[in-house]
Ligand binder design. Structure first.
Ligand code: GAR
Length: 187
């Protein structure tokens, strides 16, 4: 049995799908949902499902002792809409064991400041014919770690950032839990 921790800053629709996917799963146990935002909806999603939660400040995120203590016993860290840079000590401690999802086809439309709605706005603005999702390992550079999985969706001429976001989110919900399961098996 491997333990995973989800780090998230937002509403937590991905985290909810991941928690639901692994309920009763003999291989994976979601043991923690932690957020840098105490009002993040993701914490409610966890509480509803009886998954332990934690909230940390930006100072605590960069405090090695605090974070390693919080993440003791965790085998894989899942970033599901986590909007902070992961500190180097965590990258070292969890080498190739931190996975992120990004709502576009990296290496396009990634990097610092590119998250959530901004990504979809940029994709539409650039006149792209397709967008999609990227699931990748996390390294020192924003959105540049090894790509594990990508899937695309068409961008329609009539798309707004919201309508494109919905299409992309559907893919995220469908694939992220499965890719996590695959990754856990390779640990
Ligand atoms: C997801 O679309 C995820 O891809 C994105 O944040 C959203 C979180 O939604 N992540 C990034 O943009 C990271 N650069 P959720 O809180 O509903 O799961």
């Amino acid at each position: 049995m491997k333990n995973i921790a989800i780090l998230a800053s937002g509403t937590g629709t991905n985290a909810a799908k991941i928690m639901d996917h692994f309920i009763g799963n003999p291989e994976v146990f979601v043991s923690l949902v932690a957020s840098n935002k105490e009002t993040a909806g993701v914490l409610d999603e966890a509480v509803e499902r009886g998954v332990p939660t934690a909230v940390f400040t930006n100072d605590q995120l960069n405090d090695e002792e605090f974070m390693l203590n919080m993440l003791r016993g965790i085998d894989l860290i899942v970033l599901a809409g986590f909007m902070r840079k992961v500190p180097t000590f965590l990258l070292e401690e969890f080498e190739d064991r931190i996975v992120n999802i990004h709502p576009a086809l990296l290496p396009k439309f990634g990097g610092k400041g590119m998250y959530g709605k901004k990504v979809h706005e940029a994709v539409i603005e650039a006149g792209e014919k397709e967008s999609g999702i990227t699931i990748h390992l996390v390294n020192e550079e924003y959105d540049e770690g090894k790509i594990l999985f990508q899937e695309s969706v068409p961008v329609k001429q009539t798309d707004t950032p919201e309508s494109l976001a919905m299409r992309v989110q559907k893919l995220e919900h469908e694939h992220f839990p499965k890719i996590i399961q695959k990754l856990v098996r390779s640990l």
